[in-house]
Design a protein around this ligand. Structure first.
Ligand SMILES: [Zn+2]
Length: 146
């Protein structure tokens, strides 16, 4: 509150009104402190809410994730037999020729764009087992029109 101390000094004249001014100034100072405190609290809670919003926006539940996989499968016209979500050590996902898809549980916490990329990649493998030009151009096309 250095600014107020200086202001107080500047207003402390040798006049009769001096006292009154300082009293009023104290009231003003306290009100100002209150407002700052209120502002701080509001600002902090807003920041926290924004952070939580971001987390919510980024991560999805297993149920929602599976629903997204199925929506993509419909678009790509493939039918995954099983969708599993479990911790995986070396990859984000894998697919078997029998139509069994497995996704790393950590994928649920990744940004939506990245999740889609992985999902489209694995679903496309149910159609195309390699990463050739057809695979790559289909993946690119699917991910750009959304
Ligand atoms: Zn692949």
């Amino acid at each position: 509150m250095g600014v107020f101390d200086n202001l107080e000094k500047a207003l402390a004249f040798d006049s009769k009104d001096g006292e009154g001014v300082i009293e009023n100034l104290d009231v003003l100072k306290n009100r100002f402190r209150e407002l700052i405190e209120e502002g701080k609290k509001e600002y902090l809670s807003l920041g926290r809410e924004l952070m939580e919003d971001k987390k919510i926006e980024q991560s999805v539940s297993a149920e929602i994730f599976k629903a997204k996989v199925l929506a993509w499968a419909k678009k790509i016209k493939v039918k995954p037999m099983e969708i599993h979500i479990r911790p995986m050590k070396r990859k984000w996902a894998s697919s078997s020729s029998q139509g069994r898809l497995t996704f790393d549980v950590e994928l649920l916490k990744q940004p939506a764009k990245f999740r889609s990329k992985v999902v489209v990649h694995e679903l496309l493998h149910l159609k195309i087992p390699n990463h050739g030009p057809l695979f790559r151009s289909l993946a690119k096309a699917l991910l750009s029109i959304r």
